[in-house]
Ligand binder design. Structure first.
Ligand SMILES: [Mg+2]
Length: 238
């Protein structure tokens, strides 16, 4: 396998661990809060929130709108999820939603080897772009928090430019910014639509980051060109 001229990296759950393992995260967060769950077990409250959240985020149009205001979206999902259990007190909703948002935020970390891999790719002369969906302020804050600017020739944040994955404009802009043809570029990410199926339609080689080792979901027709379990695997086989 020949190295590409350019690689486009996703941010959340590709270079940094951000939203992975929600079942475990919710269980951990809710366990000390049993006294405000109106007698419901932690697992019941967790599943009510997660069931509502999954349905909420499964719609592409709604996803695009609400990922620009994640704290508000989390309050909405907690409110609606817990309403199904008869928990409607707004102070409880806020304590749970905002507390979880803060805890998730604090727990974000770089995946092992992510920065070393970016440095190794740069040393080989491969052009790099960072492409992330979401609002301008929180996404830019993560880029700064982990000092990622210096590794990239181009940083493309949905909330800053006005378009995001899987829109055609997002991939066109990446190719143009790094001055490469689709066949000369790879994209690396954890989302099977945004970083695999959609870029493949443009002729970009798609590397799926399966950081949890879950494998492809049952029934999916999406076929990544390559699957990696850890960021440094990008370098293997050259
Ligand atoms: Mg991602």
């Amino acid at each position: 396998m020949r190295p590409p001229k350019a690689i486009f990296f996703d941010l959340d759950d590709t270079l940094i661990r951000a939203y992975g393992r929600p079942v475990e995260a919710w269980t951990r967060f809710l366990t000390p809060l049993t006294e405000i769950l109106s007698g419901h077990p932690v697992e019941t409250a967790r599943d009510a929130i997660l069931t509502y959240s999954r349905a909420f985020w499964s719609d592409g149009g709604r996803h695009k709108e609400w990922r620009q205001k994640l704290s508000e979206a989390r309050r909405h999902c907690v409110r609606e999820g817990l309403a199904s259990l008869g928990i409607t007190e707004e102070a409880v909703i806020h304590r749970i939603a905002d507390g979880f948002t803060a805890e998730r935020e604090a727990a974000i970390e770089l995946f092992p080897g992510a920065v070393d891999t970016l440095e190794a790719l740069r040393a080989r002369g491969i052009r790099l772009a960072l492409v992330t969906n979401g609002a301008a302020a929180p996404q830019r804050a993560k880029v700064r928090r982990f000092a990622l600017e210096r590794h990239f020739d181009h940083i493309q944040i949905e909330g800053e430019v006005g378009y995001g994955k899987p829109e055609d404009a997002a991939y066109h802009a990446l190719l143009k910014a790094l001055d490469v043809a689709p066949g000369e570029a790879w994209i690396v990410g954890d989302n099977l639509e945004w970083e695999v199926a959609a870029p493949q339609r443009h002729g970009i080689f798609a590397v799926w980051h399966d950081s949890e080792g879950d494998g492809l979901p049952a029934g999916t027709t999406v076929r990544p060109d390559r699957v990696i379990r850890a960021v440094p695997e990008v370098l293997q086989g050259w």
